[in-house]
Design a protein around this ligand. Sequence first.
Ligand code: GUN
Length: 291
Amino acid sequence: MQLIDGKATALEIQKELRTAISQLRGRIPRLDVILVGSFTPSVIYVTNKTRACAEVGISSQIHRLPDDITQEELLQKIKALNNNPDVDGILVQFPLPRHIDPNLIMETIAPSKDVDGFNPINRGKLFLGDEDALVPCTPLGVRELLKRYNIATEGKNVTIIGRSNIVGKPLAILLMQPNENGNATVTVAHSKTPHLEKVCAQADILIAAIGQPLMIGPSMVKEGAVVIDVGMNAAGEAEEGKKRRVVGDVDFHAVKDKCSWITPVPGGVGPMTIAMLLSNTFKAYLKREIE
Ligand code: GUN
């Protein structure tokens, strides 16, 4: 078993970005993050994202808005950022309060500033194989890890467990794309898939994005498979003053000896998501500068 070190890879990417950004003359890239309410994981994610921006020389602003903000007020806020020429990237942290329609929010963020790649225009372009589009960060991070570890996808059986719009679906599209980092035979399995164990055990590359702690055990992993764990689940009971431990969807210790390569949690896909957010922000900046 060899470990795929997402943290080290993310740091490598951040170093590359820092070098490129330090060579810019004039305006520097800027990311604006909207955080509605005070859901603890969202506060932590947003803090991590803006801290990473500072590390590579991207300026960032957090706009904290109250839980009871109206949908209309939030839309106005997004439109103001769309029209602000200093802003390159806009990210609205999810989940949002129930009275706000997330689809409407995603549609309102200007496609050129949509660093999450959630606007239907960017999703449509990804579907068509147009990589000028901004692509969702976690799928990009998974592909980048495979690329940087020279793990070929061409002709491989890839099984993705999970069909979310943020991870499973866009990742399936990326890995089936007719290019050197795609060309895989992709199966997307989910909670209604019969014989899930068998489907997983056929995979050369197994990608878990389900949100079920430690669900993937040794009977679901082929000997020599590559296992990528996108899960980030809080484990155990919350204890006063203590952070809850994070575990993946894969039972790492039970499956590791069957794998050729495996990502840990934490320190696998998570840091790559943030690195790809920085990379998308720089991409949006460069496109805006030349247009
Ligand atoms: N909440 C959980 N994951 C994400 C993400 O990738 N982007 C945003 N904006 N919110 C999230």
